[in-house]
Ligand binder design. Structure first.
Ligand SMILES: *Cc1c(COP(=O)(O)O)cnc(C)c1O
Length: 402
């Protein structure tokens, strides 16, 4: 946090304008991703789901620690290739066009995650036409029941994957094509899960299903993709998903379920990049209407849509700035509940509602934490045409000792 505050002071010294900046702590990102990947059992490979944040500096920082990138468009394939022309890429997402499938094949992606029977048929044709044999995983939409989490991707009607009831048909079809090689299954059934025990039980279900199908249809199970969905706890930052416990239990499951010879793929987004990012915005006004206090910041949810999208109060830290060059009194709120809003002309432009603060003045800075994933990347940057925030990447130069 100290580093972030220092960076904000530097920004302010550079240009005496209200602060509006994303700040990414790349040193933290390195350490975190290294910790996460190092704890994984040997047959588990971590891929970074780049939709969480595909800024080039982020991809370059994550790249040395992960096996590759999970992408869902040709644009993302290009971003991955720009970082490293031979980095392993796994390609998923509902609604892939023929052109996208053909591009993915020519870009030599490692695996394509097939999301429907129609897509399977189209992919087989395109691969045959290109005279390629393409490795695929079938994405399964399981019937459940599942451990609880805030956002479910399967076990209920969604646009993702092939319904479990149709999976045997899909397997038989996939095995019938010369141009396709069925190498396993893809399960991404849950999002923002904070419960490490529940997550383990989910993976146990995946193991059992995948093995059962590979046994029944007599094809080797090479990969099992268990998706992302490891959560970030925004309401209590001290109490995050217990990755050490989880990976310890995972090792046991691998032995119990006899999965040592299968490559288990993780494709995490949020869990890798959320904690390295900050969205720092200066307070430009404080006012009361109808008995409520509003803090208006320089910025808005067009830069940082996450709190609106998840309907939560986003965690923050306050940073006092001692500059004030107006000839009148600096307005402040002390020990009050405030609602933090942006510059947009819509009542939905809210970052946090009725949150308690000790002291906040016009000209101070609010630093929203855990803004590194699904922050800038999911926001509609040009609504109202305000300037974009600055993007600042903090990275300690490594001193080479000769
Ligand atoms: C979005 C997505 C992920 C990453 O999800 P996180 O919750 O950020 O870990 C992984 N796999 C698929 C298929 C996705 O759509």
């Amino acid at each position: 946090m100290k580093k972030v505050f220092e960076a904000i002071h530097l920004l302010k010294d550079e240009k005496d304008e209200p602060i509006c900046s994303y700040i990414y702590d790349l040193d933290h990102l390195k350490k975190h991703v290294e910790f996460v990947t190092r704890a994984l059992p040997q047959n588990c490979h971590m891929y970074y789901a780049m939709k969480a944040n595909s800024e080039e500096r982020i991809l370059r920082t994550v790249h040395p620690y992960v096996k590759g990138f999970e992408v869902a468009s040709i644009g993302e394939v290009k971003k991955a290739r720009a970082v490293n022309s031979s980095v392993p890429i796994i390609f998923g997402g509902p609604g892939k066009t023929d052109k996208e499938l053909a591009s993915a094949i020519s870009e030599n992606v490692q695996l394509i995650h097939v999301e429907s029977i129609n897509e399977l048929k189209r992919l087989a044709m395109i691969a045959e036409y290109l005279n390629k044999r393409v490795s695929i995983l079938l994405r399964v939409n399981l019937r459940g029941p599942f451990p609880s989490a805030t956002l479910h991707m399967a076990g209920r009607p969604t646009q993702f994957g092939i319904d479990e009831a149709q999976i045997e048909e899909a397997i038989q079809l996939a095995l019938s094509y010369q141009s396709l090689q069925l190498e396993g299954f893809h399960f991404h059934s849950i999002s923002n899960n904070l419960d490490n025990t529940g997550h383990i039980e989910l993976i146990r279900i995946y193991c059992q299903k995948a093995k059962q199908w590979s046994r029944k249809y007599k094809f080797p199970l090479i990969y099992m993709n268990v998706g992302g969905g490891i959560g970030v706890n925004f309401s209590n930052l001290e109490q995050q998903f217990n990755w050490e416990l989880f990976t310890g239990e995972l090792q046991k499951i691998i032995v119990q379920e006899n999965m040592g010879n299968v490559v288990i793929i993780f494709e995490c987004g949020r869990f890798l990049t959320s904690s390295c990012g900050y969205y720092a915005v200066e307070v430009i006004d404080i006012k009361e209407t109808h008995g409520k206090t509003f803090v208006v910041v320089c910025g808005g949810t067009q830069h940082f849509r996450l709190p609106v999208s998840w309907q939560h109060n986003h965690p923050f830290e306050l940073m006092p700035l001692e500059r004030w060059h107006y000839p009148f009194e600096r307005k402040a709120v002390v020990n009050e509940k405030v609602t933090m809003v942006g510059q947009l002309c819509t009542p939905k432009d809210v970052f946090a509602k009725d949150v308690s603060i000790n002291q906040l003045r016009i000209g101070d800075v609010i630093v929203f934490l855990y803004a590194g994933a699904y922050g800038w990347s999911i926001s509609h940057h040009d609504f109202l045409s305000h300037p974009h925030p600055q993007h600042t990447f903090l990275e300690t130069e490594i001193e080479l000792k000769v």
